[in-house]
Design a protein around this ligand. Structure first.
Ligand code: SF4
Length: 433
């Protein structure tokens, strides 16, 4: 077994970029942004025991669960015979912080060395784009990527709020698919200006508001946690699909806020510890750019008071500081409790905190803040749920069922109208979620 780290170069004409499935709706939209620049891209949607096995076989099980899942999808693609290793390149996302997520590319390279394969890895991160990657991330691509994330956030937000109450089962899911295809085509042609983006956001909000809904009393659940496990259906054992089957309303916060949290770190460092003023200026500038997209999303929802509108980043920071200092930035840092505060104050007072087993930073900012939450929000119930390749899905689901049963009993005590218990699988379930 060689330990030599070779760096083959990605060739746009020769290689298909394989991207792990991170976010529910956003990934395909982001893939279209990359396609618009002439690259060939495939988002890996593979799930199941074989994929997990591929991760466990080539990656040490001391590595984080998100590494085993996301790298496992890529390793499975080349070891299962579905993709020719000579024709593919891998995309990895790198946080650039002190966490293990900053080493995923090297872990993948080591696994490829074990397999005797030389496959290019394009590393996309907040602080680095791997040199010699052969991939160029232009400012226009970054702006289009932000557009894609904004669309994804709005679709996620509205789909979550309308689906549980739709009169015609499956209508919300069909509308989601329609928008994914329409926006995907537009993003891959790179032809929409900012005026069109704003019109699209308004049209999305209007189309969801037009779906007929019926009044119903449902348990409202918020999902927070480590960014990969909370979003990826593969990593969280189809958590969203499970919650849809349990006939509750759930809220999964958007990705824009998390991006802004990550990019705000240099400005926080400068404020608390000194350091590079240039990094601080870049951080503030990028935060303002994302803030424009957040504002456009909020404006699109302005005429629809029935929909929950995400708060501004400044408001999120204020909410976070009730629990933790903004200097806590490892893992999901102060942003995770900020999301919990926001969800509880918006009525989602049953919270699932999805965390990789052994993820130290997120256990500190998740489970570690429960005492403070009990003091500030005694009505809220926060369920920290660990995810790992060896942990039982049945056990996770039973714990969620207990959370929901308790919530239904409490609701019936305050309002004697019975809260419907789950009867059958919800229609049109999350194939794209
Ligand atoms: S946040 Fe947790 S799961 Fe993610 S890289 Fe760090 S330790 Fe691993």
């Amino acid at each position: 077994m060689s330990s030599t780290v070779s760096v083959p170069v990605f060739d746009k004409k020769k290689h298909v970029l394989l991207i792990p499935d991170l976010f529910p709706i956003h990934m395909e939209l982001l893939a279209n942004v990359i396609r618009a620049s002439g690259y060939r891209v495939e988002v890996l949607r593979t799930h199941g025991a074989d994929v997990m096995e591929a991760g466990l076989k080539y990656i040490h099980n001391d590595m984080c669960y998100p590494a085993i899942c996301s790298l496992g999808q890529q390793l499975h693609a080349i070891t299962s015979g579905t993709h020719d290793p000579a024709d593919v390149a891998f995309v990895q996302f790198q946080t650039g912080g002190g966490c293990r997520a900053s080493n995923y590319s090297m872990v993948l390279r080591k696994a490829l060395n074990k397999l005797g394969l030389e496959i290019p890895i394009v590393t996309l991160g907040f602080s680095t784009l791997s040199r010699n990657s052969g991939f160029s991330l232009t400012p226009a691509m970054c702006i289009r990527a932000l557009v894609a994330v904004t669309y994804g956030d709005l679709l996620l937000l509205l789909g979550n709020q309308v689906r549980p109450y739709e009169t015609n089962p499956g209508q919300t899911q069909s509308l989601l698919r329609h928008w994914e295809e329409t926006l995907g085509r537009e993003l891959s042609a790179a032809r929409a200006g900012l005026g069109q983006v704003k019109r699209n956001l308004k049209n999305i909000a209007r189309s969801f508001a037009e779906i007929p809904v019926k009044a119903a009393k449902k348990v409202k659940v918020g999902i927070v946690g480590e960014v990969y496990v909370k979003y990826s259906p593969f990593a969280n054992n189809q958590l969203e699909e499970f919650l849809q089957n349990q006939d509750c309303e759930y809220m999964l916060p958007g990705v824009l806020g998390f991006l802004r949290y990550c990019l705000s770190s240099p400005a926080v460092d400068w404020e608390l510890y000194g350091g590079s003023r240039f990094s601080r200026e870049v951080s503030v500038f990028l935060g303002r750019v994302i803030g424009r997209f957040e504002a456009a999303l909020s404006r699109a929802l302005a005429g629809y008071p029935q929909f929950h509108t995400p708060p501004s980043f400044r408001q999120m920071r204020e909410k976070g500081e009730r629990i933790l200092s903004k200097g806590v930035k490892m893992g999901e840092g102060w942003y995770l409790p900020a999301e919990m505060v926001e969800l509880i104050e918006s009525g989602y007072d049953r919270i699932i905190c999805a965390q990789p087993f052994g993820c130290l930073p997120n256990h500190i900012v998740g489970r570690g803040t429960l005492k403070r939450f009990r003091e500030l929000y005694p009505q809220a119930h926060i369920l920290p749920l660990d995810y790992d390749a060896s942990l039982s899905r049945v056990n996770q689901e039973n714990r969620i069922k207990l959370l929901l049963t308790d919530a239904r009993e409490k609701m019936t005590q305050t309002d004697p109208t019975p809260v419907p218990a789950p009867t059958s699988a919800a229609p049109g379930l999350a194939s794209s979620f």
